[in-house]
Design a protein around this ligand. Sequence first.
Ligand code: ADP
Ligand code: ADP
Length: 208
Amino acid sequence: MRLIFIGPPGAGKGTQATRLAQRFQIPHISTGDMFRAAVKAGTRLGQEADRFMKQGQLVPDEVTIGMLRERIAEPDAVRGFLLDGFPRTTPQAQALEQALNADGVRLDHVLLLEVPASLIEARIIGRRSDPVTGEIYHLEFNPPPAEIVERLLHRKDDTVEACRARQVAYQRDTTPIIPFYEGRGLIRRVDGVGASDAVTARISAALA
Ligand code: ADP
Ligand code: ADP
């Protein structure tokens, strides 16, 4: 199974992708997580990506595409994968298509998680992640257990300013890939409003 998740920042892609990857036993490949790991490790890639991420801007295509191509060539991704946060631009979508064509494989579904802009900011500002388990929480909508609150991380791009910049980037750079995949009959629209379990059920229905 080869899946892609598209949706505005904070739509719930990471939350749902974790569940789907478990269900299909495929790697959950998040370019955002890969960049954050590189920033933490202090690699050159991380230093370059950090400049853009801090401001809520996209990392340049040439950097992102190279990183993703290497990742999907790894053995665990041969049978399938779930991409979360890639592609985010038309050149990224084209590069992915070329890479898959060269391997003689194709995408099965592109899930478009739809959440209105009015709900996005609250989701992003309250987001916290657990560095130990990788679990994503929300202070209000998915509250963490009291004993782990101290260790939770608040992403430095989960501020009001960076969040707005990311929404602008989503509208400008990422929404054009929706017609790209629509033309290939791959888009499955899923309403991302409501409880996470309800959204998971809608995703299952969309893939059935
Ligand atoms: P969110 O889950 O809030 O949408 P991500 O974790 O996917 O955020 O991405 C965080 C940041 O990492 C982005 O704002 C961008 O700077 C960078 N990034 C992640 N994926 C890509 C990509 N495919 N192309 C360019 N930049 C990316
Ligand atoms: P994305 O990967 O699209 O940026 P996340 O999965 O990280 O989104 O979710 C963003 C925030 O919204 C997190 O704090 C998460 O706990 C919360 N969240 C996820 N799904 C829902 C939902 N269905 N309702 C309310 N909050 C949600």
